[in-house]
Every structure is written in C-alpha cells, then in structure tokens.
Design a protein around this ligand. Structure first.
Ligand code: SAH
Ligand code: DHB
Ligand code: MG
Length: 219
C-alpha cells in the first residue's frame, strides 16, 4: 500500500507534469543498468528546472550525476549557449548518463566529468562562475563541496543541497552515520558563512521524507 504522500505525489505529477517519454526512458534505462533509484522525484526535478529558469542560469554545476535524471531537468532549463557541468565518480553511472543524455538530445548541453568530485572540482576554478550549483553526491563530502561551491560562485549564485533531512535523522547530533555528520556540518558551514543567505525545506512524497537546502551568495 502506498502512503498518502506517495499518492499525493501521483496526483501532482498527473496534473502538472505532462507525459514525458524521455524521462520515462531515462528511469527505465537506469533500472535496467542496476542503478539505485535515488534520482530526485519528478516534481523535485521540475522544481530544479524552474529554479534554473528563475535565475536565468546559463552555467549550472551538478555534483553527483547518477543516470543524468536531474541533469536533464537542469539542461532543459538552459538557453542554447548554456551548459551543465556534472561530476560523477562511478564510470558505470557515467556511461548510463552519457547514453541517456544522447537519447534526450542533450549531449551538447552537458559536460560530464568522470572522477571523484574533489579531483574534478579544482579543474573548474579557471572557468567563469556558475549561476546555479546542485550538490547531490556523497554526503560525507558535503562540507568540502560547499567550499568548492563558494569558490566557483559569484554574488547571486544559487546553491542547492539535496537530502538534507534524511527521514529526520539530521536532528540527531549523536548519529554516527558519516552521511548524517556530513550534512550536519554542511548546515553548520552554511549558518556560519556571511557570504550566504540560506534556508532548507522538508519534503515528503514518492521518495519519502527528506528535504533540500537552498542558499544564495550575497553581494
Ligand atoms: N543527481 C542525481 C542523483 C545523484 S546520486 C539525480 O537526482 O538524478 C549520487 C551520485 O553521486 C551517485 O551516482 C554516486 O556515484 C555519485 N558520487 C558518489 N561519490 C562521489 C564523488 N566522490 N564524486 C562524484 N560523484 C560521486
Ligand atoms: C541517497 C542519495 C541521494 O542523493 C538521494 O537522493 C537519496 C538517497 C543515498 O545515498 O542513500
Ligand atoms: Mg539526492
């Protein structure tokens, strides 16, 4: 039996997300390749897309590609000269993502860099700042990813962090899970950072109880 949240998500998707064969085939290809189903929910993917359009994003950075589901939502928000740089450490995930991006007709809008993000992020330091940054990879490294996000940003850059609630576990200071500790340090780092105005929002739905943080770099 599906819970109420999942049923309401179905209602929302039915009303507001038109049938999308490209996204459907991405999720089937991911499942066929054995990728974990930890992509953002469809309505959250669309929210990322809307955020990108709200800030007229031309350069987007994503940390954690998986099969490219969120990547495609973001790439669809770009003008024709825009780019999503997306970082993925697992070559198998990257291969599936490349194939999905090809099928979606978005291969030219995405620059997929394979390797641990802490090794690929420094190579972006000489490029123009990103307009929107989506942090969604290994959570123990979230504090380090926030440092990089700040380095690769400009006033007005929006920084979004996925999975910042984790079924409520985040409120427990004694939780020894390195992912929980990483996300708690991510909160601490945001709260102590004068360059950021930050908040976080809990979400329920087809992916359970979680949430995302959103911050903007101050002028
Ligand atoms: N953003 C995706 C989901 C990403 S899941 C979506 O919503 O569709 C997290 C991804 O981060 C996984 O594919 C995992 O392999 C990748 N990852 C884990 N550790 C990483 C690291 N150190 N550097 C880059 N990617 C990493
Ligand atoms: C996990 C990672 C994610 O990015 C996500 O959205 C959900 C779950 C995980 O590692 O369990
Ligand atoms: Mg996530």
């Amino acid at each position: 039996m599906k819970n109420e949240w999942a049923l309401v998500d179905e209602y929302i998707v039915d009303r507001l997300l038109p049938p999308d064969p490209v996204m459907d085939s991405v999720l089937s290809a991911n499942a066929a390749a054995g990728l974990p189903a930890i992509d953002v929910a469809p309505n959250q993917g669309k929210l990322l897309h809307i955020f990108a359009r709200m800030v007229n994003a031309r350069r987007v950075l994503e940390i954690g590609t998986l099969g490219g589901y969120s990547t495609i939502w973001l790439a669809r928000a770009l003008p024709s000269d825009g780019i999503v740089v997306t970082l993925e450490s697992d070559p198998g995930h990257a291969r599936v993502a490349q194939s999905n991006l090809q099928a979606a007709g978005l291969i030219d809008a995405v620059d997929l860099r394979i390797g641990p993000a802490l090794e690929t992020l420094p190579k972006l330091a000489d490029e123009p700042a990103f307009d929107l940054i989506f942090i969604d990879a290994d959570k123990p490294n979230n504090p380090a990813y926030l440092e990089w996000a700040l380095k690769l940003s400009r006033p007005g850059t929006v920084i979004i962090g996925d999975n910042v609630v984790r079924g409520g576990k985040i409120k427990d200071a004694t939780d020894q899970d390195p992912s929980i500790q990483g996300v708690r340090q991510f909160y601490d780092r945001m709260s102590g950072e004068p360059r950021l105005t930050a908040t976080a929002v809990q979400t329920v739905g087809s992916k359970g109880w979680d949430g995302f943080s959103i911050a903007i770099v101050n002028g």
